[in-house]
Design a protein around this ligand. Structure first.
Ligand code: FES
Ligand code: FES
Length: 159
């Protein structure tokens, strides 16, 4: 039987009736229409469904929507400021770190969480932060380059 929950996503509050076994990924995509969050494996292996919950990267395919009440959820749709992409989004575009784009939302969100915590990560720290994300297309180097570039730009903005 469906249960009523309240979800806070990208600063908006939604009241929804969800099945107890519904994942956050299903609710985001099917109930809220936030299809930027991607499903690839559906079993916690690839990172493509990553969203931020209270600032931390979480696999939404392994998270029950019921457990997310009262938490602050951010999806890829919540990063841009109006028409302006976030520094991480912009750097991915500028560095050519996107090919098919399927892994990109999750990568961008994990990189954003990393840079919030550590504004000048080493390459090793970037690789560690993204190690749960699989990309079939880019060979990863351009993604690392993009996160580095975003870090530099964010640091310059803070000066
Ligand atoms: S779809 Fe969630 S980890 Fe692959
Ligand atoms: S850009 Fe295609 S999977 Fe990463």
């Amino acid at each position: 039987m469906k249960q009523l929950i309240e979800l806070s996503v990208n600063g908006e509050t939604y009241e929804l009736a969800v099945e107890p076994q519904a994942t956050l990924l299903e609710v985001l995509r099917n109930d809220l229409g936030l299809t930027g969050t991607k499903e690839a494996c559906g079993t916690g292996e690839c990172g493509s469904c990553t969203v931020l919950i209270d600032g931390r990267p979480v696999l939404s395919c392994l998270t029950l929507a019921l457990d997310c009440t009262g938490q602050d959820i951010v999806t890829i749709e919540g990063l841009a400021e109006g028409e302006r992409m976030s520094p991480v989004q912009q750097a991915f575009q500028d560095c050519g770190a996107i090919q098919c784009g399927f892994c990109t939302p999750g990568m961008v969100l994990s990189a954003t969480a990393l840079l919030e915590e550590n504004s000048r990560p080493t390459e090793e720290e970037i690789r560690k932060a993204l190690e749960g994300h699989l990309c079939r297309c880019t060979g990863y180097n351009k993604i690392i380059e993009a996160v580095n570039k975003a870090a530099g730009q964010m640091a310059a903005r803070q000066k």
